[in-house]
Design a protein around this ligand. Structure first.
Ligand code: ADP
Length: 423
């Protein structure tokens, strides 16, 4: 069906005009002239309509021109597309405004940078946290304005899988947690969170534990000294006092090892991973730990050295971690069973394993083992003199060396504790 405003209707109108012009031409004897005048008229009409479209598209905010037939339909269709586009743009703009408003009002700093790391947008919080002055700094390279060296290398490295904590100012004790995410085509979103209060509280907690442990050691040494003297006085001591005194010495020894572990833990936490400077010969370290513990546990330790590779690290920390793992393996297994220490290479990592054939650990305890003071069996740990801090120390040493601590265990069969260092 031919509807008004369709292409066929327009073609029919054109033929009608030409037919009328042809009839007029035949009647007057000027056929060619009449047809030419009609064609010229049509051409002028189309030219006029094209000009109206052109003028309107130059000022699309104006109302569309009125017309009839195919031209009217074309005007209406352009107008509809334009209106839909305008509505879509408005919707998009209001979404962008909404997002910007919410970013602008949050307390965390938000900075958007383009693929060349130039600032595109920043919120008010970024001004106080990173000293940016938006919109004045728009287009400036971010790294010209945020020059903390750790941030610069983190930003340039492009690996944002872990957030970064930086100290912006030592003087004002200002610390920021930085998170970067890619979006769009190479744009980056930089989030800054002020963690100064958290860092200060954490430092206070660490210092407190460190100081208390340190202060408690002096009176404990005095008490232990007196207890030892009393026990050494030999025959003068009646047997009813000897047993309680021996138990007091035992408990004082436990307390001392607890304080030593607490002090060591607070030292490792305080340093973080900043002092990894030496190349450590792990094969030699493993042999050294074996020799040291062999005196107390003769014939129980075996070593399997399959690599001579060295790793970057802190000698004392690694020594303490390996000693803790081996001591646990010895403590939580029968006297007749061996404990094996392995140093080898695996794809992408260097591996230290401590393998025992001891009591093992039920799966349900494994996720919590590295918590401070967590013990699977309180009575057994008390007997073995455990402080519950050994694996917490191992976990911190592992984190400071960018290593993973893995625990595999089968109750009744034994456990394997693995420290895996990334190559
Ligand atoms: P502790 O000083 O009590 O040994 P740790 O932090 O070193 O404290 O260990 C936490 C708990 O994990 C221990 O109490 C013990 O129950 C368990 N554990 C650690 N190593 C082993 C092991 N090799 N075999 C069995 N249980 C273990």
């Amino acid at each position: 069906m031919i509807t008004e405003g369709s292409w066929w209707a327009e073609a029919r109108r054109l033929l009608l005009v030409l037919a009328l012009a042809g009839l007029a031409g035949l009647a007057s004897g000027y056929l060619a002239h009449c047809l030419a005048v009609a064609a010229l008229g049509l051409l002028c009409f189309w030219l006029y309509q094209i000009r109206r479209i052109h003028d309107w598209l130059a000022h699309p905010e104006q109302e569309p021109p009125e017309s009839f037939g195919l031209w009217g339909t074309i005007f209406d269709q352009i107008y509809r597309i334009q209106r839909e586009n305008r509505e879509a743009t408005l919707r998009l703009q209001s979404t962008v405004d909404y997002l910007r408003d919410s970013f602008a009002s949050i307390r965390d700093g938000v900075i958007i940078v383009d693929p060349d790391a130039a600032i595109e947008w920043a919120n008010d919080a970024a001004r106080s946290l990173a000293g940016l002055d938006y919109p004045k700094d728009r287009g400036q390279p971010l790294l010209n304005l945020m020059r903390v060296p750790e941030f610069v290398s983190y930003f340039l490295a492009g690996d944002y899988s872990k957030p970064l904590q930086i100290t912006v100012s030592e003087a004002t004790d200002r610390h920021l947690l930085v998170e970067v995410t890619y979006f769009g085509e190479g744009n980056r979103l930089v989030f800054l969170r002020d963690v100064s209060a958290m860092v200060r509280t954490e430092r206070m907690r660490r210092d407190f534990v460190g100081n208390v442990s340190h202060e408690l050691r002096t009176p404990l040494t005095v008490i232990k000294g007196y207890l030892d003297t009393m026990l050494d006085s030999g025959t003068e001591l009646s047997n009813s006092f000897r047993r309680p005194l021996e138990q007091m010495v035992q408990q004082a020894d436990r307390m001392e090892s607890l304080l030593t572990d607490l002090l060591w833990l607070s030292r490792i936490e305080a340093i973080g991973g900043d002092d990894k400077v030496e190349a450590i010969d792990m094969a030699a370290l493993v042999c050294e730990v074996k020799n040291e513990l062999e005196v107390a546990y003769p014939d129980r330790l075996r070593t399997r050295i399959e690599s001579r590779s060295k790793i970057e690290g802190d000698y004392l920390e690694l020594h303490s971690a390996v000693t803790n793992l081996v001591q646990n393996a010895l403590k939580y297994s029968d006297e007749g069973t061996p404990v094996e220490l392995v140093w080898r290479e695996a794809p992408g990592e260097y591996v230290l394993e401590v393998i025992d054939q001891g009591i093992g650990i039920d799966e349900s305890h494994i996720p919590r083992l590295t918590e401070r003071f967590y013990r699977v069996d309180e009575s057994r740990s008390t007997r073995t003199g455990g402080s519950g801090l050994g694996l917490a120390i191992v976990k911190h040493v592992a984190a400071a060396h960018d290593a993973d601590l893995r625990i595999d265990s089968v109750p009744g069969k034994g456990s394997t504790f693995t420290l895996a260092f990334h190559r």
